[in-house]
Write a protein that binds this ligand. Structure first.
Ligand code: EPZ
Length: 423
């Protein structure tokens, strides 16, 4: 198993280019299952564990792919299986994204239920509700979702999501592109990941209105085709890199970004005392002498993202006073807090609120990753901690960050990746 060994106390400074977005790549790759007409070329696909797991799933379904230099080429002409097995789904919940496309194109899909998640309950009831609204029959048998469309074809309907769900919106959107008639999605997620998925589907020939809003209309079509497409940057990776400079007193420029997508996060960095300047495709951040305590409440886009919550808590351990961090998307997403406290932070949890007392002098020790963003917060804390921090089980980090230690070392960090035995 791998761990990261971080020698703390070095400023993170310089410029770097953001990788392609993981959470946009996954639904886009799933959407390629909607048509066998032609070959897809997808650029700026990050080389990380979750993408490789998704490619494995496609191979299992019979899709041929090549992946090199962040370019994924594939054709879904020869889909042989309509089943997503537990062995792959248990590795990555986002495997559920094959449900909509397979059901819509082939009239049937058998997808393993995802199982538990480190940071609390993550049901998929809204995905299933959406498929039923499009005329599918859903049964759960032996740990699998069995979904069948009447006469092999879905039909347009009105889907009203009681809460905003990125995944369920993505699945409904993809399925609706091949359904008979028009589908209306109300209270759809409006995350940049969904907006980019809409752009991708429209490039394939789909008709979608209301892109970027919470009200989407999709006219079903029979003729989607494969395309060449450039993925967008990873706004969470970019936010994490900005936080690395802010927590170490550094100065950074992240290139290849769309600052518009990061408004809520940048506003909080400014409130914390950072100087932030943006151009059309870059963000520069200069950290202040003293960080100002800044409260955040994580909510669906365009609010502050839950996927930056853990990193923000790590940053606030160095602020001059007390901050309050609430997560309204995942109420229990605080597994990083006991580990940050092991590094010397002073953070309390009350219901879905973290109370971060700062500034705290952190000192290096061994800490355990529990999920993707929690491990990112431990890396940030390790950068500012005195001495050496060992972040264990970094397979969590590798799921969502492309060579993070290489990027941080190019900006002045001292991080090495080492093997270790857990038992
Ligand atoms: C996506 O997960 C992201 N994952 C998550 O990022 C991110 O935290 C989340 O959106 C919220 O922004 C990917 O894009 C692969 P949701 P998703 O459906 O789609 C509840 C990371 O770190 N819900 O928007 O699974 C759910 O429990 C990952 O990169 C239901 O109740 O999230 C949660 O409270 C972690 N029923 C809320 O909705 C459902 O059927 C939002 O979840 C679906 C969701």
């Amino acid at each position: 198993m791998d761990k990261l060994v971080i020698k703390g106390g070095r400023r993170i400074s310089g410029s770097i280019t953001a990788s392609g977005s993981k959470n946009t790549s996954l639904p886009i790759i799933a959407a390629t299952l909607l048509t066998g007409n032609g070959n897809f070329t997808l650029h700026r696909i990050p080389d990380l564990k979750d993408i490789l797991t998704f490619i494995q799933l496609l191979h299992h379904l019979g899709v041929e792919t090549t992946f090199s230099d962040n370019t994924l080429r594939l054709s879904s002409e020869q889909v042989q299986s309509l089943q997503a097995p537990y062995e792959l789904v248990k590795k990555m919940r986002a495997s559920i994204y094959v449900l909509g496309p397979l059901l819509a194109r082939f009239g049937h899909a058998r997808v393993s239920l995802p199982g538990g998640c480190a940071f609390g309950p993550r049901p998929i009831d809204l995905h299933l509700m959406a498929m039923e609204k499009l005329g599918a029959t859903i049964t759960i048998e032996t740990g699998f979702i069995e979904a069948t469309a009447e006469n092999g074809k879905l039909r347009g309907g009105h889907i009203v999501f009681p809460i905003s769900s990125v995944g369920a919106t993505g699945n409904a959107l993809m399925a609706a592109t091949l359904a008979e008639g028009t589908t209306y999605i109300s209270n759809a997620a409006a995350e940049p990941e969904i907006e980019t998925l809409c752009r991708f589907l429209m490039a394939m020939g789909a008709t979608i209105r209301g892109t970027g809003t919470t009200e989407l209309e999709i006219d079903g079509s029979n003729s989607l085709k494969a395309v060449e497409f450039h993925n967008v940057f990873d706004r969470i990776e970019a936010g994490t890199l900005l936080a690395a400079a802010a927590i170490t007193g550094g100065e950074i420029t992240v290139n290849g970004v769309e600052p518009e997508q990061m408004k809520a996060v940048l506003k909080k960095f400014v409130h914390a005392g950072c100087t932030v300047e943006s151009t059309e495709e870059s963000i520069s951040l200069k950290s202040p002498r003293k960080l100002i305590p800044t409260d955040v409440t994580a909510k669906p886009y365009p609010s502050f993202p839950t996927d930056m919550q853990a990193q923000w808590i790590a940053l606030m351990t160095q602020a001059e006073g007390t901050s309050h961090v609430i997560d309204k998307v995942y109420h229990e997403r605080f597994n990083h807090i006991p580990e940050l406290n092991r590094l010397g932070a002073h953070i309390e949890i009350h219901k879905n609120q973290a109370i971060v007392h700062g500034p705290q002098k952190l000192s290096g020790t061994k800490v355990m990753s529990t999920d993707l963003r929690a491990s990112a917060s431990l890396v940030l804390a390790g950068l500012v901690a005195e001495g050496t921090t060992e972040v264990l089980r970094v397979y969590h980090l590798d799921r969502g960050y492309e060579k993070i230690e290489v990027k941080l070392n190019s900006l002045g960090a001292d991080i090495s990746r080492e093997k270790y035995n857990e038992f």
